[in-house]
Design a binder for this molecule. Structure first.
Ligand code: PEP
Length: 235
């Protein structure tokens, strides 16, 4: 299976930044790694992708196809701009009251619209075990069918932007929990790690059984982002 690196730019950047991101990332040569760039919605049209390894993603989408949903963006709208992936259930959205029910609807709607959902799961506190993962993974099982393409990003909330990392052993445990729970469904799933990844710690983190990374803060430094892509591609 190919490897994957996803950039979540969150609510950062401007038109000039994303035009330059596209120019730099278009020059990337990767053997076996897909790159997914998730800018704020309004900048999707400025990421002109001319590289077969690079794809566009969105940071969220509505759980309904169209209609009375002020401020929301539908999968059809995303697809009009060439989007192929969508992040679902990021903790920065879950914390605003997003329920597992809504997450399920988003995963299903994404798949129905041929968008690959990148579903974020992970525990809130550093001291917690991995029990929280099971209801989050259940949403994926409820929404997806056998053979569907799904990306599952293990993103412990306490690690986001803090510089604190789980051990390789803990990441492997999370991967094991995810794989065990999804096994019977026979999804076409990739598993990523996200949370405080940078160009210095990525080699160590890749000792775990992951297929790549979901990158937040470091995505804003394009050269460092590309350094990480290179490391992932050479594993
Ligand atoms: C994230 O919020 O998805 C994330 C991975 O953030 P960071 O890399 O900045 O910790």
């Amino acid at each position: 299976m190919h490897k994957l690196v996803v950039a979540n730019y969150k609510m950062n950047g401007d038109k000039k930044f994303f035009v330059s991101v596209a120019k730099k990332i278009n020059k990337t040569k990767a053997k076996d790694t897909k790159i997914v760039l998730c800018p704020p919605f309004v900048y999707l049209p400025f990421l002109k992708i001319k590289n077969k390894n690079v794809y566009l993603g969105a940071q969220d989408m509505s759980q309904v196809q169209n209609g009375k949903s002020t401020g929301k963006v539908s999968p059809t709208m995303l697809k009009e701009f060439g989007t192929e992936y969508v992040i679902v259930g990021h903790s920065e959205i879950r914390c605003n009251g997003e329920t597992e029910q809504t997450i399920k609807q988003k995963i299903k709607l994404a798949i129905d619209n041929q968008l690959v959902p990148i579903v974020c799961v992970g525990e809130k506190d550093k001291s917690s075990g991995l029990e929280e993962l099971s209801s989050q993974i259940q949403s994926i099982l409820d929404a997806a069918a056998q053979g569907d393409n799904v990306v599952i990003a293990y993103v412990p909330v306490w690690s986001i932007g803090t510089g604190e990392l789980p051990t390789v052993t803990k990441i492997n445990k999370a991967v094991q929990v995810i794989k065990k729970q999804i096994k019977d469904k026979k999804l076409n799933a990739s598993i990523l790690y996200g949370g405080s990844v940078n160009e210095q710690n990525c080699t160590e983190l890749l000792k775990s059984k992951i297929d790549g990374f979901l990158l937040g803060g470091v995505s804003l430094k394009v050269d460092k982002f590309l350094q990480i892509v290179k490391v992932v591609d050479n594993v």
